[in-house]
Write a protein that binds this ligand. Sequence first.
Ligand SMILES: *Cc1c(COP(=O)(O)O)cnc(C)c1O
Length: 392
Amino acid sequence: MQETNHNKSAKQDLVLAPGPVNLHPSVQTALALPMIHHRTPEFDLILREALAKLKKVFQTDQPVFISTSTGSGGMECLLVNTLSKGDLVLCIESGKFGERWKEMAQTYGAEVHTLKVNWGEAVNPNDVHEFLKKNPRTSLVLCQACETSTGTSHPIEALGKIIQQFKDTLFLVDGITALGAEPLPMKDWFIDGLVGGSQKAFMLPTGMSLLSFSEKAWKKVLVADTPRYYFDVRRELKANQKGETFFSSNVTLIRALNVVLDLILKPDLSGHFAEIKQRGDFARDIAQLMGFTLFSKAPARALTALTVPDGFDSQKIRLQLEKNHHITIMGGQDQAQGKILRIGHMGYIQWPQMIDLMEKIYLTMTEINPSWKAPITLTELQKKMREYKTHG
Ligand SMILES: *Cc1c(COP(=O)(O)O)cnc(C)c1O
């Protein structure tokens, strides 16, 4: 076979999107290792290690599963293992990902009631409480911990406290941009099903989701009548107990996961969470000096959604930033299209890159609109950013 250099086209981009994210060098090294077979003692050990470390991130004593599917597959896995035909499901919908979970539940024949929340706002836990009091037969409540399309955090701890009082109701949480980026202790917060995603807070390439069920949820997992095969966690649990996965293991990603979990857990989770929070605080403070406003009333930790100043199209800023400065951030979708920029704080990010990002956004805005009356000069902004670091 002829050798080709596929890397030729890969310029060194700085990926500051809310997933996928910049990879840590030690993760890249792990990804480049030669293949080993998954039915070997060598791989069994890696899998056992990764599964044990995952429990610490989920903060649960229940088994955690690794699924070779993107985050959406993990959401579907939580659903098909707990849902039965005709179940009443309450879906909190505050953006694109809430909408997706609603559609999945409808696809599987659930009777879905949608609790609509304005984009950029967090759900009011009292609204969920009222619904459950009127509809105690509700089987599942679905919610994003962080709604990535709007950069908004939902009050998961408060929701968990309410939902656990209802014996027939499970609380399923999409933590794809929260789990691994901020505190989300599954057991203490009464979360019954939790999913994380590889290319988001787990700082890996796309293609893997991580999930777990509470003890309360397992009672439903054993009897739920939704047809399931690939996503049947009962089968996977038996295989994991023997140190294997039921289907072929995603050796490459699981090896990299085992490396990334050490980065997340050392010295401890709180240090990792603090770094992410600091990047978010910085982005929000500096962006506001530049004339942006915060799109979300309850800003998330894993990403920041910024409303662009009047007269700017966010999509234009984003595309030009990528073309001229090789920095990738995201715009908005649907009703937020052209109005917001979304900056990810997950992944391998060094402090100078945060400063570079904000500078390059500033420059891009002056390139797009030379008559822009910026509320701060670039020199002043640079000074603020240098000072910010010393305070951080
Ligand atoms: C990215 C994301 C998803 C979807 O994950 P995929 O890996 O694209 O399937 C679901 N929920 C949230 C909150 C996300 O950020």
